[in-house]
Design a protein around this ligand. Structure first.
Ligand SMILES: [Zn+2]
Ligand SMILES: [Zn+2]
Length: 320
């Protein structure tokens, strides 16, 4: 089968003909129809996440059909957990020390076929096409977990307006919240996109907010946004860092954390997060905006994501 393979970090993926994976006990062989491209894939390809299996087939927002049955399923980032550790047994399987992640520890969806543990796959809501569903599987799920950490914040700041932000903005508006989008100062296109999706204000992430925020989610992997967001939230507000990697956070005065502000990260997802979000998404209904690429254009998709040129989510389309 054809796959885009990372042989070494900081080198382009290569189109390779590799053997079709064989499912073991409890695993599904899935014909990949679409796989969205995550910023995490960039961090892996760029060597910022340092322990991928190599060679690696990246990709963890996979929509496909089970070989044999034709049932449509989604494969997310969380690919396996031990089920026995103190995290797994306390509803926090996202923190499992032994967890294995799709497109990092396990070959992922930049390929014609993928094998996945069936206990970690999700049914895909019927309302979504393969292409439109793919971004729900990480940008949606993990974005929703981050959104949940903001409690009942009415004025929500979102820093970095890409795949996760455009999904979570729709959920927040549906729940009657107000959304303020923060992008690079010169990113007029990103600000326009945020307003189109329904943010009531969009502007420079390093400038002051138009109003004091109740909470903020940082999707951009940019450490200096942490003090900026802390300065933007009211007393008691929470700042959630939703990415798996971020550049160093500059030192900041205690003053901007004082007043019971909370700074926290969100790591991975639990299966419960996935089930909950995939129930909510068609009710909103969340509509995803996707830019499609062929499998052998995965490097172009990654470059476009790195350069901030993707409106919504980039998705590799394997079968029409
Ligand atoms: Zn992801
Ligand atoms: Zn565990």
């Amino acid at each position: 089968m054809q796959a885009m393979v990372l042989e070494q970090p900081r080198t382009p993926l290569r189109l390779r003909d590799i053997p079709e994976p064989e499912p073991g006990d409890g695993q599904l062989l899935i014909e990949v129809h679409a796989c969205a491209v995550c910023r995490t894939d960039l961090h892996i390809a760029d060597g910022e996440l340092t322990r991928p299996k190599l060679p690696l087939v990246p990709g963890h927002m996979i929509v496909g059909t089970v070989a044999g049955s034709g049932e449509r399923v989604g494969v997310p980032w969380l690919g396996w957990t031990d089920g026995t550790c103190r995290y797994c047994t306390s509803g926090r399987e996202n923190l499992c020390d032994a967890a294995r992640f799709t497109g990092y520890d396990i070959d992922g969806g930049y390929a014609e076929y993928v094998v996945a543990d069936e206990r970690f796959c999700f049914p895909i809501p019927a309302a979504y096409s393969d292409l439109d569903a793919a971004p729900l599987l990480c940008a949606g799920l993990i974005g929703y977990r981050a959104y949940g950490m903001t409690g009942d914040a009415q004025k929500l700041g979102i820093y970095g307006f890409g795949d996760a932000a455009h999904i979570i903005t729709q959920v927040a508006l549906h729940e009657g919240r107000r959304v303020f989008a923060f992008t690079r100062g010169d990113d007029a296109e990103g600000q326009r996109f945020a307003r189109e999706i329904g943010a009531e204000w969009a502007g420079d992430s390093l400038g002051p907010p138009p109003e004091e925020l109740d909470a903020a989610i940082i999707f951009a992997p940019v450490g200096p946004l942490v003090p900026a967001a802390l300065r933007a939230v009211a007393k008691g507000g929470v700042v959630v860092c939703a990415g798996i990697h971020m550049s160093d956070i500059p030192a900041f005065p205690y003053d901007i954390l004082w007043g019971e502000r909370v700074l926290r990260s969100v790591a991975n997802l639990t299966r419960e997060d996935g089930e909950r979000f995939l129930r909510v998404a068609p009710q909103v209904p969340v509509r995803t905006e996707v830019q499609t690429f062929a499998l052998d254009e995965a490097n172009e998709a990654l470059d476009s994501l790195r350069g901030g040129r993707i409106r919504g989510a980039a998705v590799l389309q394997l079968r029409a």
